[in-house]
Design a protein around this ligand. Structure first.
Ligand code: 2NE
Length: 270
C-alpha cells in the first residue's frame, strides 16, 4: 500500500492513501509522548483534513510497534502546562480533542500499543478505535500529578459507564486489548500484522457511505452530549443544508435585488 506524504512536520508524519489521511505521532523514543509542538502539528494536520475535500476519513496512530501515545511528555511538563519552545506552558492537546470531535468526518484511532494518559484520551475522543492485540490502555494522571476531568472523564464515562470510568481513574491500572474490548472501550481487536489492513478496510467501508449522512450522525451523537456547543455544530450543518435550498437562495437574492422575498411557491413539507 503506497501512502503519499501530505506535508513535512518535525514530530508527526502526515500521509494519504485513497481518501484516508493518516496522522502518526512520530516520537517512538518516548513512546510517542506529545510535546506542545507535536500537538500544534496535529492541530495543523487536522485543520488540513477538515479543509481538504479529498480526505474522507482520518486515521490517528503512533510510530513504531510499542505505543500509540503515552500522553504529555513529562520532560516538558512545567507549572501551568507543557512548556513550548518560547517558554509558554500549554495544554493545547485539549484543543486537538475538540478538533477531533468536531471534525465533520470519521476519525479512527489505530491503537498500535500503549494508549496511556493523555494518549488514552486521544483514542477515547476518536469516533472509532481499532486496537492491535498488544495494545494497552490506561490513565496515569493521579499517579504523575495530572488529570483530565473533561472529555477524558465525562466522555470516557459515556463510553464505558460511570463505574468503569471511575475505576480507570481511581486505580490507574493498565488494561489489555481484550479487557478494553469487553468494556466497549474499543470497537475491535486484531493481530498486530492485521492492524493497518483492518483499519483501511473499515475506512473503505465508511467511504462507500454517504458523507453527509455520516456528518449529520456524528454531529447528532455529539450534540446529545455537548450541550450548546454540540447544538451549534448540528445547527451549523443544518444551516449548510438550508443554504443549498431554493428557499434560502430566494431570501438572499431578494435582499440584493431590493425586493420582497417570494417564498410562496416553495415546498412546505409536512
Ligand atoms: C507508556 C509506558 C507505560 C511504557 O512503558 P515501557 O516500560 O514500555 O517503556 P518505558 O521504559 O517506561 O519508556 C521508554 C522511554 O520513553 C519515555 C521513558 O521515560 C523512557 O525513556 P528512557 O528511560 O529510555 O530515557 N517515556 C515514556 N512515556 C513518556 C512520557 N509520557 N513522557 C516522557 N517520556 C516518556 C510508560 O512509559 C509510562 O507509563 N509513561 C508515562 C505515561 C504518563 O504518565 N503520561 C503522562 C500522563 S498525564 C497526560 O498525558 C495529560 C493529562 O493528564 C492532562 C492533559 C494533558 C496531558
Amino acid at each position: 500500500r503506497q501512502w503519499t506524504k501530505i506535508k513535512d512536520y518535525e514530530e508527526i508524519l502526515f500521509d494519504f492513501y485513497e481518501g484516508i489521511a493518516r496522522i502518526t505521532i512520530n516520537r517512538p523514543r518516548y513512546r510517542n509522548a506529545f510535546t506542545p509542538l507535536t500537538v500544534a502539528e496535529m492541530s495543523d494536520a487536522l485543520y488540513y483534513c477538515r479543509e481538504c475535500a479529498d480526505v474522507r476519513v482520518v486515521v490517528l496512530t503512533g510510530a513504531g510497534d510499542k505505543a500509540f501515545c503515552s500522553g504529555g511528555d513529562m520532560n516538558y511538563k512545567g507549572r501551568g502546562g507543557y512548556v513550548d519552545g518560547k517558554g509558554v506552558p500549554r495544554l493545547n492537546v485539549l484543543d486537538v480533542q475538540k478538533q477531533i470531535r468536531s471534525l465533520p468526518k470519521p476519525v479512527i484511532a489505530m491503537v498500535n500499543g500503549f494508549a496511556i494518559g493523555g494518549g488514552h484520551v486521544l483514542h477515547v475522543v476518536c469516533d472509532l478505535s481499532i486496537a492491535s492485540e498488544n495494545a494497552i490502555f490506561g490513565q496515569t494522571g493521579p499517579k504523575v500529578g495530572s488529570f483530565d476531568a473533561g472529555f477524558g472523564s465525562s466522555y470516557l464515562a459515556r463510553v464505558v459507564g460511570q463505574k468503569k470510568a471511575r475505576e480507570i481513574w481511581f486505580l490507574c491500572r493498565q488494561y489489555s486489548a481484550k479487557e478494553a474490548l469487553e468494556m466497549g472501550l474499543v470497537n475491535t481487536v486484531v493481530p498486530v500484522e492485521e492492524l493497518e489492513n483492518t483499519t483501511v478496510e473499515w475506512a473503505q467501508r465508511i467511504m462507500e457511505l454517504s458523507p453527509l449522512a455520516l456528518r449529520m450522525i456524528k454531529a447528532g451523537l455529539n450534540a446529545e452530549l455537548d450541550g450548546q456547543a454540540g447544538i451549534q455544530e448540528l445547527a451549523g450543518d443544518a444551516t449548510m443544508l438550508y443554504y443549498m435550498t431554493d428557499e434560502a437562495q430566494e431570501g438572499g437574492k431578494a435582499f440584493l435585488e431590493k425586493r420582497k422575498p417570494n417564498f410562496s411557491k416553495l415546498n412546505n413539507l409536512p
